[in-house]
Design a protein around this ligand. Structure first.
Ligand SMILES: Cc1cc2nc3c(=O)[nH]c(=O)nc-3n(C[C@H](O)[C@H](O)[C@H](O)COP(=O)(O)O)c2cc1C
Length: 159
């Protein structure tokens, strides 16, 4: 099974989850680059404002194409209860996606992730077969490896 992981991360939490999933699934991995929200200054506020308004930023589209794979995992942080705008911009660019799609989200734990899961689902061309959402506390704590392992197992068993 050829698996690709595409994700955006502003402060490293989603990257940590993406890298753990890539190791577990022996997947290729690529980050969506977006300069607009680089850490520092008031860019946190800009990220929140854009997320609420639905302003999609310029991004560097990943070089790897989902259509070369069997399965893609798309990962995003939750911003103002929605998937972070760089991932929304990625999907708005209508990338080639394989038949099998799964998604993962990280969040700060101060709002339920369901709204972000729903929006992400609405942006996909077909239904995601599995969804993982973890708080940043879980990603940076003891829960990470168990969650990654069982999510990977779900995906592998559906082959
Ligand atoms: C602009 C902005 C808005 C956020 N909004 C939420 C939110 O609505 N609910 C939540 O639980 N966490 C929220 N967070 C926290 C992030 O979802 C959380 O820290 C995430 O793990 C960050 O991922 P990253 O390190 O990969 O960028 C927000 C963070 C940012 C920067």
């Amino acid at each position: 099974m050829r698996t690709l992981i595409i994700y955006y991360s502003r402060s490293g939490t989603t990257r940590k989850l993406a890298e753990a999933l890539a190791t577990e699934l022996s997947a290729d991995i690529e980050e969506i680059r977006c300069d607009r929200y680089r850490p520092g200054g008031f860019r946190y506020l800009r990220a929140g404002y854009d997320s609420v308004r639905g302003n999609l930023p310029p991004i560097d589209m990943p070089q790897k194409s989902g259509s070369d794979y069997d399965l893609i995992l798309i990962g995003a942080p939750v911003w103002t209860s929605y998937p972070a705008t760089p991932v929304r911009a990625f999907l708005a660019n209508m990338p080639g996606l394989p038949a099998r799609i799964a998604v993962f989200l990280t969040h700060g734990g101060h709002s339920p992730p369901e709204k972000a899961v729903e929006m992400l689902a609405a942006l996909l061309p077909r239904q995601a077969e599995a969804t993982l959402h973890l708080s940043s506390g879980d990603v940076n704590g003891d829960a990470l490896s168990g969650a990654v392992h069982s999510f990977a197992e779900t995906l592998t068993n559906r082959r």
